[in-house]
Structure formats: structure tokens, C-alpha cells
Design a protein around this ligand. Sequence first.
Ligand SMILES: *[C@@H]1O[C@H](CO)[C@@H](O)[C@H](O)[C@H]1NC(C)=O
Ligand SMILES: *[C@@H]1O[C@H](CO)[C@@H](O)[C@H](O)[C@H]1NC(C)=O
Length: 320
Amino acid sequence: MGELKKPAFLPLQIIPIVAIVLLSTAPPRCAAFNPRMLFLVKPDPIVLRDHGGALLTGNLTVNLLFYGRFAPAQRAIVADFVRSLSAAPRHPVAAPTVASWWRTTSLYRGGGARVALGRQVLDERMSLGRGPLSPGNVTALARAAGHHRGAVTAVLTAADVAVAPFCVSRCGIHGRDSGGAHGRARYTYLWAGNPARQCPGQCAWPFHQPLHGPQAPPLVPPNGDVGADGMVISLAALLAGTVTNPYGDGYYQGEDAGAGLEAATACAGIFGSGAYPGYPGKLLTDPATGASYNAIGLGGRKYLLPALWDPTTSQCRTLV
Ligand SMILES: *[C@@H]1O[C@H](CO)[C@@H](O)[C@H](O)[C@H]1NC(C)=O
Ligand SMILES: *[C@@H]1O[C@H](CO)[C@@H](O)[C@H](O)[C@H]1NC(C)=O
């Protein structure tokens, strides 16, 4: 993270994969999501403290920037997930919904955010090249996509785009940007990569064999796409972190912003009740495909979403 010297970058936190001790050597910058690392080192019980800073509440637009080549079906998996976050189901559904998953974030101070899908920007020709992209390049992409108030820009990189240090330390990040050299506004953005080819054992688990730890057969992804379904897990976790700790002074564990676990990272590796290292917990199974899921979105689309820390119980809340 040495390249993050620009003042435009804001002190949030980074969570290296290797070991907790590395946290002290890494400059705190942006909150990272790496389920595998936390899955290996799971502290308990976890209490996220409210540090009193602004959270994202009210109406929130999520813009999607697809960097590199995504199949239309892959974009639809992601866009439908975002559309489902605050949608009321049209028909009663027997399973938990994506909206009921997102509702856990409304238990945080301020009552949560109502999400709408905003613009979808395609950068198929990769305006900054194939990479490796630096975290600064990701911020530049989010900025170029047009920051605006009440919005989060999600920069999503295709499977063949390298983002340093994807894999080495993380599956995605969220952060904030001032919008330019003299900008004083605070815009939030996040980056999640398609993990199909890069570190799927860390960032597409449990749809891929884990890199370390207890080995179990990979689960069938609910939309039949290890990369896109894996990316939704990261996106979901990062959105929950973004609204509950958008500027590094919201909810996170402990006093040290550089080492803090957030809403989803505090529960990493947990997808259903009874989870333990190597086992994601109880899930629902699609009888037709054998896919595992725990939430239903608009149009009946199925997703596997990570547990979120519930501030009313101080527990990781699972859907099934
Ligand atoms: C939020 O969005 C809803 C639905 O679009 C709208 O009815 C409501 O007035 C908005 N609230 C604010 C505070 O803008
Ligand atoms: C990407 O970021 C690096 C370091 O932050 C910078 O040197 C490089 O110019 C950026 N690349 C592009 C294409 O903007």
C-alpha cells in the first residue's frame, strides 16, 4: 500500500491476508474485504464500536462501472443484486430476500440506506489499460465515472484485469475520495474484482476450493458463474461496510481504524447458521441445479450473501 501517498486517499483501513501482525506495518488507508483471512483468524466475540462519524442513510444510488469485459449475463447478476437491495418482493417468497439481508444495515445508527441502482458504465476497452491497476487507478476510475452526492460508485474489474494487490491482500476495498486536488466533498467508492481466475480460493470461496484450511467440495454458485457470484459476495460485503463505515469513523471493531473489522468482515466466512472454518453454514439448495443460496432477489434470482454483524445483538446475523 506504499503507493497510497496521495492526500486524496483517506485513512480507512486495510486488512492484509497473511496475518494480523501485518496490520501494524500497513498504513491505514481503505477498508478491505478478504473473507478467507478472517475465516482463518476469527476473533470472538466481536463488538463493532460506533465511532460516531457520518453514516450513509436515506436514498443511496449505487453506480456500477464495469471495467474490462463482462458478459451481459454477468452484468445482469450484479445489477439485479443491487436492484434487489431495497425492493419489496412482488409476491410472497418462501425464502429470505436480498432486501431482508440488507435490512440488517438499517439496525445501525441512522436507520440505513434505501438503495437504487444508478448508472451502469461500461469501460470495455479499459481506459487505464489491463493493469496491474493501483488503488490510485481505481480511485481515478471511480472519479471519472462521476462522483455525486448520495452515491457509491462500484468499480468492478473483469477476471483478466490485474489490480494490485488483489489476492495478495484482499478481494476488494471500499474507500472515499475528495473528488480532486482541491475537493472537499467526500465521495464513497468501492472496488471488487471478478475472482474467477485470480485467487478464487480466497475470493470465490465457497464456490471454489479454499486456498488454505479445511477442504470441502466447492458449492454450486446460484447463478452458475463462480466469478460473478463470487464478486457479488465481495460487493455485498463492501456495500455493507460502505454504509456503516463510509468515512472511517463509523462502525468498526476497536480503537484502531487500521485494524477494524466492519459489518461484513466481522462475520467473514459465515453464510448460514452453524458455520465453522471450512463450512459456510446451513444454506438453501436449488433442487433444479444443486446450487447453494440464502437469499432471493427480484425476478426470483438467487444469491449467496455473507452474514452481517447485527448491532442489536452483537452477533453475526444469518438468513438461514
Ligand atoms: C427517496 O426516494 C423515494 C423513492 O424514490 C422518494 O419517494 C423519497 O422522497 C426520497 N427521499 C428523499 C429524502 O429524497
Ligand atoms: C496508475 O497508478 C500508478 C501509481 O499510482 C500511476 O503511476 C499510473 O500513471 C496510473 N496509470 C494510469 C493509466 O493512470
